[in-house]
Design a protein around this ligand. Sequence first.
Ligand code: NAP
Ligand code: GLV
Length: 313
Amino acid sequence: MKILFYAPHTEAAAWLHDFARALPAADLREWQPGDNAPADFAVVWRPPREMLAGRTTLRAIFNLGAGVDAILALERAHPGTLPPEVPLIRLEDTGMGAQMAEYVTHAVLRYLRRFDEYQMLQGERRWKVLEPHPRATFTVGVLGLGVLGTQVAQTLASFGLPVRGYSRSAKQIDGIATFAGDAQFDSFLDGAKVLVNLLPHTPDTEGVLNARVFSKLARGAYLINVARGAHLVEADLLAALASGQLAAAALDVFREEPLPADHPFWREPRITITPHTSALTLREDSVAQVADKIGAMMRGEQVSGVVQLERGY
Ligand code: NAP
Ligand code: GLV
């Protein structure tokens, strides 16, 4: 069994070493430009078009991340990049759920307990007790109730916060008020105090974090975007902060990454910035999951995590 690997931002040697241990019979190689030799599986992150195009004998392409927006954007720009009939399989959790729950909980509790404002007061050497936010109305809305959004929503609910969740298809999750589809979107947003985004980036969700959506939230609401930068209309966020409709935002993802040094977000003290780090791809967990799925496919079994191309995630 031949496996092609391409993930230039990683330590390829360490990944190949771990895959060799998990799949001792596999013949593993890191893809180099010009390598057209046959392969059974490809394991990739943001591959160039020429790596995959025409590889019709692949049994599967594994994406080393939860989001497949970059590879699908490449396919839209250059149709045929993804060989037809070859399943594209994304990572499912692999330790990202716990990381996301930590990141979002940290941000929500920081706003609930007003630690962000205390930090600013400390900068001014001011000793001042702020009125607590009432927990019962500190409603958190989680956009996306997939692998990551569900764990985030359930973790937040465990703090006794009112939590809502929004997805494409209807769901039932204990302790979460669920909303689905366009018809229920405004009810989901209505008066929420925190909006957390964990949607995939697809043509349907591009720019979903915009002025209209912010206007439906409670006045002085908070935004936490941990999904993709393309979900956010950046000018609308700055305007909502200026008007007071939003009180603050925690952003982990940006339209341009790294965020350019002259970007206005760096100068806005109510925006907290992290460098796309809310849920990292963990090598050990990811190798174990991909290796298990390769084993299952070799035995002719079905695997989960197959991307539905027409849906975009
Ligand atoms: P997932 O399991 O595919 O869940 C996606 C959720 O979004 C599902 O609940 C889906 O609804 C919902 N959804 C999709 N399109 C929708 C639409 N048009 N309207 C309403 N709901 C919609 O994905 P995941 O594993 O949770 O990951 C979510 C995203 O997180 C990834 O795509 C990636 O962009 C981002 N991410 C970021 C980081 C980071 O470090 N910042 C790390 C990992 C992932 P259904 O359940 O009805 O299908
Ligand atoms: C990271 O952003 C991922 O999609 O896994």
